[in-house]
Design a binder for this molecule. Structure first.
Ligand code: IVH
Length: 673
């Protein structure tokens, strides 16, 4: 064996200390002091030295977090101090009772100081440190006996493998909650979707599933985090006298504690904290299912003691649940603006995430198959934040005898046109186009929306009524409505009718980008509409365009180009556009943005028959690049493009010395950027 040079040992030790300190700043405090590349360099150097001198590798090295050889099963661990649970409060009244009982037991103390902290929605773990080294991590299990998940917990970067600083007891058990941040959960499910594997229903399940992997390399690939909130067995608990003190110590030793842990003097301050945190809930990067209030003083905690499995000195004040169970009464199919036929579950109304939910989108038939959902099934509904309610799972064990399979209708439920589903597409569509009342209504709502024609006051109900009455068949009909007509609608006064007709009139003056967006071409959102307006600068140019030209526009690929072409190929659409223009829809000229294109302001004359492009198409493409296209050749003409059988214009060009381009040369020029 080669003798390990002293300098290597020193460097390895220094690197480990440094990396550990950076880990703490980065993972526990969210306050890194060096850029990632610098950290990566330190890490790479440590790996290099450990590879060169394998006998230097120790368990607590920061490099040893990548996961280990898979286990065949988890061994069990007896908790020296049981891991208890908490009583729940669901209302201010429950909290008032809790506070009163505690104060009474403590000899009618007038005000108690509480430590308030978020109740993390994750998995409880016990971390055992002996002489500052993480020796074991275990799940809560039944509170007395848990499972040894040391290998897995070691992969969580915010769990220190060795404690930092001084003064920690030789035996220190720390309790905390392992959780998966919302963003990591969303990413994990996106990946599951891509790889067609099972999705997790919520971040808590994802954390549990990740932590209970026999192969810790899988755990290592999941973005888990920890917040520590308490102590287990401790050889000497004299290091602190209150809960918040203990959290401060844990933090100093490198353990991660929630920065929202604060003291509150008395019940009212606790309620204020509750309201404050409830308002923040959706903005937090992780899920919390409530708050925990703990009598802060350890001596008072000891005096209060425990009842059965929960302490008398702490309570969990739960937030409104974000998941509930309910029954599917029916599945209906809705038709959207682009004809997408979307299944929607009608639910037995249920209060979840702070609102009553009676519908949930099911997206498409694949989703129904994935969930194995039937009418009559009991389901878990989840509404987190302002996200639309989702059905996350079916409670198969609760399945009633009478259930009905959900099938995609053959005909559109609104217009009875055939429903078609293209190969490889998850979405089924009504083939009725704008003849379908549902699509028509949605198209009109879209046309009127703020980012489109911005017609103030043309709400969904009014659109429905206008279409149902047969007054508005296409968006052009909007501009022919009279105040009297509108005023005759249900619950519509003369004044609001006049306002609406005024708003419609006002929308005649618009912008090209808004108009393009308002047309509702599939997959042409605001941004694409804006780019198209900038590139083409005039509607005719866009309407005459070709797939090749369209695809030169940033963000327009073959699919979007196909949608645009199909839209303008439809005579009905062209007719509606003509009617709209005849009704006086207009926009200011689009400002010149193709400033840096070499063809900008160059004057072209096209003559003869072009082979690959029609003359109109060539013109539209030139206009899109900022060139000017004229009918006759003069001294101001920069180029004449001559196709087959070009006549007098070609002769004139030669006479005036104007450069003449053939079609291939023109194509090259059009490809310049
Ligand atoms: S203190 C004696 N604090 O909630 C019990 N628990 O219902 C001490 N939890 O199993 C628990 N965040 O998994 C405590 N800040 C927090 C918590 C928290 C989440 C979980 C923990 C425990 C369960 C109790």
């Amino acid at each position: 064996m080669n003798e390990i040079p002293e300098s290597v040992v020193t460097e390895v030790n220094r690197l480990r200390d440094e990396i550990q300190a950076h880990n703490y700043r980065y993972y526990s405090l969210d306050a890194p002091v060096i850029p990632d590349v610098e950290y990566d360099r330190l890490f790479a150097r440590l790996i290099e030295l450990e590879a060169a001198w394998p006998s230097l590798v120790i368990d607590t090295s920061p490099t040893q977090r990548v996961g280990a050889v898979p286990l065949s099963r988890f061994s069990t661990v007896d908790h020296e101090v049981p891991m208890l649970s908490l009583d729940n409060a669901f209302s201010v009244a429950d909290m008032t009772d809790f506070d009163r009982r505690a104060r009474e037991r403590l000899g009618n103390i007038t005000v108690l100081t509480y430590a308030c902290e978020p109740k993390m929605d994750g998995i409880a773990v016990n971390l055992r440190y002996e002489n500052g080294v993480l020796v074991r991590a275990a799940t809560r299990g039944d509170g007395q006996t848990g499972e040894d998940i040391t290998q897995n917990v070691r992969t969580i970067k915010s769990v220190p493998l060795v404690l930092q600083g001084q003064g920690y007891p030789p035996l220190l058990e720390v309790r905390g909650e392992v959780f998966m941040p919302k963003a990591a959960f969303a990413e994990l499910n996106r990946q599951a979707e891509r790889e067609q594997t099972k999705r997790f229903v919520n971040p808590r399940n994802a954390a549990a599933g990740s932590l209970r992997q026999l192969d810790s390399r899988i755990t290592a690939s999941r973005k888990l985090e920890i917040y520590c909130y308490g102590l287990g067995k401790v050889s000497d608990d004299g290091f602190c006298s209150s809960h918040l003190d203990s959290l401060a110590c844990l933090s100093r030793w490198g353990l991660r504690v929630n920065p929202y842990a604060v003291p509150a003097h008395g019940l009212e301050a606790c309620i204020a904290y509750y309201n404050d945190m409830l308002a923040r809930r959706d903005q937090l990067p992780y899920e919390i299912d409530g708050l925990v209030f703990k009598v802060n003083d350890f001596s008072l905690q000891r005096e209060l003691g425990f009842v059965s499995r929960a302490p008398r000195w702490a309570i969990a004040y739960k937030f409104p649940a974000q998941e509930e169970i309910t029954q599917v009464i029916d599945v209906e199919f809705q038709v959207g603006r682009t004809g997408a036929v979307t299944p929607v579950a009608r639910l037995s109304p249920v209060f979840v995430g702070g609102v009553t939910v009676s519908n949930a989108t099911l997206h498409n038939m694949e989703e129904i198959q994935r969930l194995d959902l039937h009418v009559g099934d009991w389901v878990t509904v989840r509404r987190a934040g302002d996200v639309i309610p989702q059905i996350v799972s079916v409670l198969v064990e609760r399945r009633p005898l009478e259930i009905i399979r959900v099938t995609l209708p053959d005909l559109c439920p609104v217009c009875q046109a055939p429903v078609v589903q293209l190969e490889g597409e998850a979405v089924a569509r009504c083939s009725g186009g704008l003849y379908c009342q549902a699509q028509r209504k949605e198209a009109i709502k879209h046309f009127a929306s703020r980012k489109a024609m911005n017609i103030d006051g043309l709400g969904d109900k009014i659109v429905d009524a206008l279409v149902d009455n047969g007054w508005v068949e296409s968006v052009a009909d909007l501009y022919r409505l009279t105040t009297d007509q509108v005023a005759s609608l249900d619950r519509m006064g003369k004044k609001s009718a006049a306002n609406l007709v005024g708003a419609i009139d006002k929308s005649r003056q618009t912008r090209l980008a808004n108009f393009i967006y308002a047309l509702g071409i599939r997959e042409v959102g605001e941004a694409t509409a804006r780019t198209l307006a900038k590139r083409f600068r005039n509607l005719d140019a866009l309407m005459q365009s070709t797939a090749a030209i369209l695809q030169q526009v940033p963000d327009v690929g073959p699919v979007v180009a196909g949608h645009i072409l199909a839209f303008f190929r439809e005579p009905h659409n062209v007719s509606v556009i003509q009617q709209l223009l005849a009704e006086g829809i207009h926009w200011p000229e689009v400002s010149d943005v193709t400033t840096d294109h070499p063809l900008k302001d160059k004057v072209f004359v096209l003559t003869g028959t072009l082979e690959t492009l029609s003359r109109e198409q060539a013109k539209s493409q030139l206009l899109a690049l900022g060139a000017i296209v004229r009918d006759s050749v003069s001294q101001k003409t920069d180029f004449v493009v001559a196709g087959a059988a070009a006549g007098t214009k070609l002769e004139q060009a030669k006479r005036l010395g104007v450069p003449v381009l053939d079609e291939s040369r023109l194509s090259e020029m059009l490809k310049m950027s």
